[in-house]
Write a protein that binds this ligand. Structure first.
Ligand SMILES: CCCCC/C=C/C(=O)SCCNC(=O)CCNC(=O)[C@H](O)C(C)(C)COP(=O)(O)OP(=O)(O)OC[C@H]1O[C@@H](n2cnc3c(N)ncnc32)[C@H](O)[C@@H]1OP(=O)(O)O
Length: 243
């Protein structure tokens, strides 16, 4: 599946909805057992959540957006398919989250392709289920440091901390993803799927129990004047970078 939402594959409401629909279609197709997730635009895997969905909108929109994000996370994290992320570009915040909920992550070796949950750099806070997903991957101490500092790791460091499973030359990314997929598909589906469910259930249950409260938290947090100001300033900084 190639992510295709120009210019930066930001996770807009529309993109999240389409991703969920396409995942459902693939999961209902008996001929499909695995999925490689990559970007149509080498250089950018995904810029994360769409900042335009979180700026200057009304509470009902924020609630709808957050619910769609939760839905996407729940769907992909619990997918019956083997999901391999072939990360062919920068992967900040929600882009990193998306790769963390796959089963295996391969990052192309390019110093510009940084990955991490950098929310604090924007003056915002990664919610508990982003944090849980990261802790499940790299452990508590490394997550605490990475989350507080909003670290974006270049490939060698991402590999060292365990944020990705492999770093390969850019021209080997897709072929490596296919050989990893073959290895995972050699395992009987039912045994692998039950093991995945067992490993991920506590994290899923944590969100499912608090879904509505989490939406309310997001809506009140993002509606604050100070948060709106931080997000607007960050967007302005991104725009100024060009000129
Ligand atoms: C409140 C609760 C917290 C919830 C948790 C939040 C999670 C998130 O995911 S927040 C989003 C965090 N994302 C980022 O910090 C990434 C920001 N973007 C970048 O660093 C860069 O754009 C890049 C590395 C992804 C790509 O760089 P480059 O190729 O140089 O492209 P530009 O920076 O020139 O961007 C082109 C264009 O796209 C706009 N844009 C970039 N990121 C986003 C985004 N996340 N959402 C919406 N729009 C984005 C950027 O402003 C440019 O727009 P124009 O100037 O209008 O062309």
């Amino acid at each position: 599946m190639k992510l295709k939402n120009p210019p930066v594959n930001s996770l807009s409401l529309e993109m999240l909805t389409e991703l969920v629909i396409n995942l459902e279609k693939l999961e209902n197709d008996k001929a499909v057992r695995g999925l490689v997730l990559t970007s149509e635009y080498p250089g950018i895997f995904s810029a994360g959540l769409d900042l335009m969905e979180m700026c200057g909108r009304n509470p009902a929109h924020y609630a709808e957006y957050w619910k769609a994000l939760q839905e996407f996370w729940l769907k992909l994290y619990q997918s019956s398919l083997v999901v391999v992320a072939a990360i062919n570009g920068a992967s900040p915040a929600g882009g990193c989250l998306m790769s963390l909920i796959c089963d295996y992550r391969i990052l192309a070796d390019n110093p510009k392709y940084t990955i991490g949950l950098n929310e604090t750099l924007l003056g915002i806070v990664a919610p508990f289920w982003f944090k849980d997903t990261m802790v499940n991957t790299i452990g508590h101490r490394a997550s605490e440091r990475a989350l507080q500092l909003g670290l974006l790791f270049p490939p060698a460091e991402a590999l060292q901390v365990g944020l990705v499973d492999q770093v390969v030359p850019e021209d080997k990314l897709q072929s490596t993803a296919l050989s990893v997929m073959a290895q995972w598909l050699a395992i009987p589906d039912h045994a692998r799927q039950l093991t995945k469910t067992m490993m991920r259930k506590p994290t899923v249950d944590h969100l499912v129990k608090q879904r509505d409260a989490d939406i309310q938290n997001f809506v009140s947090f993002v509606s604050r004047d100070s948060i709106q100001k931080s997000l607007q300033m960050y967007l302005q900084k991104l725009r100024q970078k060009k000129s």
